[in-house]
Each structure stands twice: as C-alpha cells, then as structure tokens.
Design a protein around this ligand. Sequence first.
Ligand SMILES: NC(=O)c1ccc[n+]([C@@H]2O[C@H](COP(=O)([O-])OP(=O)(O)OC[C@H]3O[C@@H](n4cnc5c(N)ncnc54)[C@H](O)[C@@H]3O)[C@@H](O)[C@H]2O)c1
Length: 375
Amino acid sequence: MKKLNVGMIGYKFMGRAHANAWRQVDKFFPVSAQPVLHTICGRDRKAVKAAAAQLGWERIATSWQEVVADPEIDIIDINTGNDTHAEIAIAAARAGKHILCEKPLAMNVREAQAMLAAVKEAGVVHMVCHNYRRIPALAQAKKMIAAGDLGRIFHYRARYLQDWIVDPEFPLVGRLQVKLAGSGTHGDINAHIIDLARYLVGEFSEVCGHLETFIKERPLEGSKGKKRGRVTVDDAVLTLGKFKNGAIASLEASRFALGRKNHIQIEVNGSLGSLVFDFEDMNRLKYFNQADPADRQGYRDIIVTEKVHPYAGAWWPPGHILGYEHTFVHTVFEFIQAVVKGRSVSPTFADGLQNQKVLEAVEASSKKRRWVKLT
Ligand SMILES: NC(=O)c1ccc[n+]([C@@H]2O[C@H](COP(=O)([O-])OP(=O)(O)OC[C@H]3O[C@@H](n4cnc5c(N)ncnc54)[C@H](O)[C@@H]3O)[C@@H](O)[C@H]2O)c1
C-alpha cells in the first residue's frame, strides 16, 4: 500500500490526539494510503525524544524548518500555538507538503488569507482540524439537515463552556495573551461553534457580539504571584448572528462557567423538527419530528452507533460507544483520502479564513457596539 510520511509539529495536548489518530486510522478505516509516523518535532530535545518513544514516532526534530525541508515528508501536521500556524503552514505549502492545521487557522484574517493563497498556489491539500465536525452525531445531524428533514431552519443555538481560569490567581499563560493566542475564549472555543454553525446551517451574513474580560490582571508565570501582567484577551463572548438563509443564531462561549469542563450543546430548530446534541453524551442525537402522531410526539434518541451512521460502522458493534479521540481518527481518515485522491476536504483553509472573518466581525461589533456585516 502507498505510504504517506507525516511530520508532526508540537506534541502536547493536540499532538497526542493527532499521533493517536495517525496510528489508529489504518487499523479501522479503509484508507487508500498508510500514514507513517515519520518525524515528531518540538523545541526541547529531551522532551521530544520522550514523546517520540511514548507516542511511537520514528524520528525526532527540534526545528520545524528541518521537518518542512525534509524531502521524505508528505504531510505536515501543525499542533503548535496559534502564533506559529501561519509561518509553518506557508513554508510547508511552499515545500509542496499537504497540511493539516489545528484551529483557529490563524491569528487574524490577514494571516489566514496568506495561508490560503500559499496552499492554493502550491496545489496541496489543506484542512483545518475542526474535529467536532467528525463526531458521528453531528455528521448525522448535518445529513438530516441537508436532506431537508428539519425543513426551513429558524434557530442555531450553541454554547461552549469551560471553567479553568475562574481563579484570579491562575497565571497569565500564553492562551491569555493576545500576541500568542490572537484572542481568548473567542478563537479557542467560540471558533468551534462558529465552524459548526457554518457546517450545519450555512454562512453568516451579519453578527453582533460582546466580548468580556472579567479578570484584567493575573500573576506572571513563575513570579510566585509577586508580579502581575495585563490579560489581553477575552474571557467570555456572546454572539448573535443572522445567516444568509434567513436563520438566526445565538452563541455563548466562556471559560468562566464553573462546573463546565468542556461543555458543548447545540440545538437546531426547523419548520419540521429539531435536533439537540450534548458533547457529554456524544453518542446520542435527540430528534423531534413534527410529523409524528400527536399522541407520540416528543424527542427521540438516536444512538449513532449503527452501521448506517457516519463513521460508526468502522468501529464496534451497535451500542458500543465512541469518544473524543475517535473524532481525530475520522478527521485524519478524511484527510488521507483527500491527499490520495487529490481532492479537497472540508473544513479547508478557505473555511478557516471564513471562520476568522466571523471572529473578527464579532470583535469589531463588540468594539463598535453595533451589528457588523460579513463579506
Ligand atoms: N481541535 C481542538 O479541539 C483543539 C483543542 C485544543 C487545542 N487546539 C489547538 O491546537 C493548537 C495547540 O494547542 P495545544 O492545546 O495542543 O497546546 P500545547 O501547549 O499543549 O502544545 C503546543 C505544542 O507546540 C509546541 N511548539 C510551540 N512552538 C513551537 C515551535 N516553534 N516549534 C516546535 N514546536 C513548538 C510546544 O512545544 C507544544 O508541544 C492550538 O492552535 C490550539 O488552538 C485544538
């Protein structure tokens, strides 16, 4: 079977999730090429060596430039912080590598435009890792909405909540600094429910947002609480949106919802029915069908583990549930197939750019205190 050599940059949270996916995918899915865990890259030689041994990579590198320049590498998988995505992706495209890049695609619209131009010019396959699109229940929701089962869509309602920075003594880590992260909750988790909105319902035409920073200063890392620095990103963001197809959206994203660790809920209401998804119960899709007889109406539970459900048939018998890590396996499966067949795979860098435009429009709206149109 054809082999594809992967060079993975960054090996912590997302690096581990992606490494697991590259390793698992050909064991379960009918891939047209076998991914080879060729080179793992990080800046600290000792740590990257340990990661290579634990995650099963053949070689290590301490400079991403070296990996991008390696003629043996076919795919560059970017799992580094947001401030490095553009530089690595543009260099990788120029070196003719296919690219899987973590979200948000870039720090801003300008960077995302340059990344899209680079991959287009190079003619390489490009994908943003919005892995939640590959949750079987949400892929099933997409199928049902596209088939018209919900009729005309009226509402997209989503929330993505976490609670890891409620403590004011939590340090000023990179994710709380605009120069490293681009934005806070907004680009980190609101970006996911914006992507799901575009995936399930369509393009936004206009948005109105409010970004809030509750804790304005935090201890500098390593200062033992003695020195403090300014928080330069949002802690929470509320978004109202209008879609081009006439539906409306309300989105809430926060890192200040105590008790909520990685809470994602999506509800879509149409003229013929509704769908409800809860990530903490991710094998279930709730479906209300207005056509059901009046005496039996109510939400039914679709447990998305049957062969007929997206991705499920590749795994276990019906009822044997899937989890977070499977979403990355599904993502790399789609990516490999696109590379082998020379086709595009969504979400592409064009989707990443559009997501970034929505993020920027919400920020502009919050600053100007008015609705902002999307281009
Ligand atoms: N898809 C998702 O649901 C999801 C979840 C979490 C994070 N992310 C995204 O993934 C990316 C990484 O986040 P994370 O949580 O894994 O961060 P992390 O801090 O856990 O890991 C970042 C990794 O990048 C490496 N790195 C940073 N700069 C580097 C450089 N110049 N050269 C080589 N390696 C470098 C670090 O050493 C580390 O291994 C971010 O863009 C984040 O937004 C996506």
